[in-house]
Design a protein around this ligand. Structure first.
Ligand SMILES: [Zn+2]
Length: 509
């Protein structure tokens, strides 16, 4: 999350000195204080491949050298180095195949590939991988990343994450410490995030994710040690601080909680634990981690720790500050971070995994397919040569075709969807067809998705606080064209009908 700097400066950047020790990702934060926020008129941050830059109606992927889509996701040395470090750490620290951590201004995700869930029973089946709707026609669009990618955009989602369809039981515990006693009641804390979070998921998933936050313990659960003794500076790798904390949570709650009943764990920390929320607001998720401490015989493999709502200074705190939790839970469901070290210039406000600040936003159609919220017949795979026309209905409405994917090879492709201002997408100021590149070989936080800006350098159409302005007018309107000459792909947005559906022509030579 790299927010545009709020009016009130709240630096959520993990300062280098605060960066979790042992963190594998070089993901620094983009803090509202240190990163130049996409000022209107500023081109997207670098990883963001300067995309299509149509003067008026034609966006050509190669309009500028930097816009060559084929070079957009060329792995930079950084991710490679990071992966190497991850492997090294895994060898010494865990038995399983993969561990991964990312830290950002306010989130950190750790993912370990594996096959365990918070519960081994009812929740064990139904991971994203099992709920993905597929058909033979979609096979060429099921891109996948190399095994070294810890948290990939590939489909299906690997096993080990919490399931993202059906009834999901989210064990939600409010914890405090002797040196940071909970202020107010624990249920007040709970209601800072609910029912908003479950409503957000219901809307985003078209009702397919029935998210049930459950609080078998309704008071503050006091930890046996003072907060400072855990050595957690909010964002931190799993060991040793968070591991100790998870073990203590399990022990403290065990007599009242059957951990086998739940799909994921939300830990709502007392906000006064650790640095001031105005100083460091790191939230943390450990996802798909079978080496997590166990309780009632199951590993607490998918857990989100949230310290605070996001007061972004925009005055919408009560209405939108909860969105850090759906972001963190997105990791629990296997979704990577879409912002990069440079900020939110790659995807902007088009996905909550990119920006969860300010105005509400939805998830990309690619993520909805990945999470099992789209049927196979709502996804079109444009893998054949020639020209074909498709219809797109607004992503925010249930039913109808939602996603067109144009595969380039086994790990990359272009995704197309229609974004309008409805549902969770209150920040949309210029409806149209959003075109973005998905690269399953690029890891979380390194820019696995890049949105093409149909109106590059325009400054965007949004003036909402904490919305990446430049990309806010990224969608292509009827009459506008996206071209990738190198791959010989052309996408024409043909027309919109009275119901708001769009016709799109995809041509592959
Ligand atoms: Zn994140």
């Amino acid at each position: 999350m790299q927010p545009q700097p709020p009016r009130r400066r709240t630096d959520r950047t993990p300062h280098p000195t605060h960066r979790p020790h042992g963190t594998d990702r070089a993901d620094t934060a983009l803090p509202a204080g240190t990163t130049a926020p996409a000022a209107p008129g500023t081109p997207p941050a670098s990883p963001g491949p300067a995309p299509a830059s149509p003067a008026t109606t034609t966006a050509t992927a190669s309009a500028a050298p930097a816009a060559d889509p084929s070079s957009i996701h060329t792995p930079t040395p950084a991710p490679i180095r990071i992966r190497t470090r991850i492997r090294a750490r895994i060898r010494t620290r865990t038995r399983r195949t993969a561990a991964f951590a990312s830290v950002t201004a306010l989130t950190l995700a750790v993912s370990t590939a594996g096959a365990a869930h918070l519960t081994s029973g009812a929740a064990a089946s139904g991971a994203g991988s099992n709920s993905l709707s597929r058909s033979p026609a979609l096979a060429p669009c099921m891109i996948s990343g190399a095994r070294s990618v810890q948290m990939t955009e590939g489909v299906p989602t690997s096993t080990g994450y919490a399931r993202s369809t059906g009834t999901v039981h989210a064990l939600t515990l409010m914890i405090d410490f002797s040196d940071a006693p909970g202020e107010g009641t624990a249920l007040d804390r709970f209601h800072e995030f609910f029912p908003q979070t479950q409503e957000w998921f219901r809307t985003a998933s078209y009702g397919r994710l029935d998210y049930r936050p459950e609080t078998p313990i309704t008071h503050w659960l006091r930890m046996p040690k003072p907060f400072k003794e855990y050595g957690i500076e909010r964002g931190a790798p799993f060991d040793p601080g968070y591991r100790d904390l998870v073990q203590d949570i399990a022990a403290a709650a065990d007599s009242q909680v059957d951990f086998r009943r739940y799909d994921l764990l939300n830990v709502l920390m007392t906000p006064n634990a650790g640095p001031s929320a105005l100083d460091t607001v790191l939230s943390v998720t450990f996802a798909g981690n079978p080496d997590a401490p166990t309780a009632d015989g199951v590993p607490l493999a998918n857990a989100s720790f949230v310290y605070s709502r996001q007061d972004d200074g925009s005055g919408s705190y009560d209405r939108t500050g909860y969105r850090v939790l759906p972001h963190e839970n997105g990791h629990v469901f296997g979704l990577p971070d879409l912002y990069t070290q440079e900020g939110g210039g790659a995807v902007g406000h088009w996905d909550i995994m990119s920006e969860d600040w300010g105005a509400d936003n939805d998830l990309l159609g690619w993520h909805k397919w990945k999470l099992g919220w789209l049927d196979a017949d709502q996804v079109n795979c444009a893998s054949r040569r020639g020209s074909a026309e498709y219809t797109l209905t607004p992503l925010e409405r249930a039913g109808g075709p939602k996603l067109i994917f144009v595969p380039l090879d086994g790990s990359t492709g272009y995704a197309l969807e229609l974004r309008t201002r409805e549902g969770n997408d209150e920040a949309v100021c210029r409806p149209g067809v959003l075109i973005y590149k998905v690269n399953a070989d690029v890891d979380t936080g390194s820019g696995p998705i890049t949105v093409y800006d149909a109106h590059r350098d325009s400054g965007g159409c949004s003036r909402s606080p904490n919305v990446q302005a430049e990309l806010s007018d990224a969608p292509f309107a009827p009459g506008e064209t996206f071209k990738d000459p190198r791959s010989k792909i052309r996408i024409d947005v043909a027309a919109a009908d009275l119901e708001g559906n769009y016709r799109v022509r995809v041509t592959r030579q």
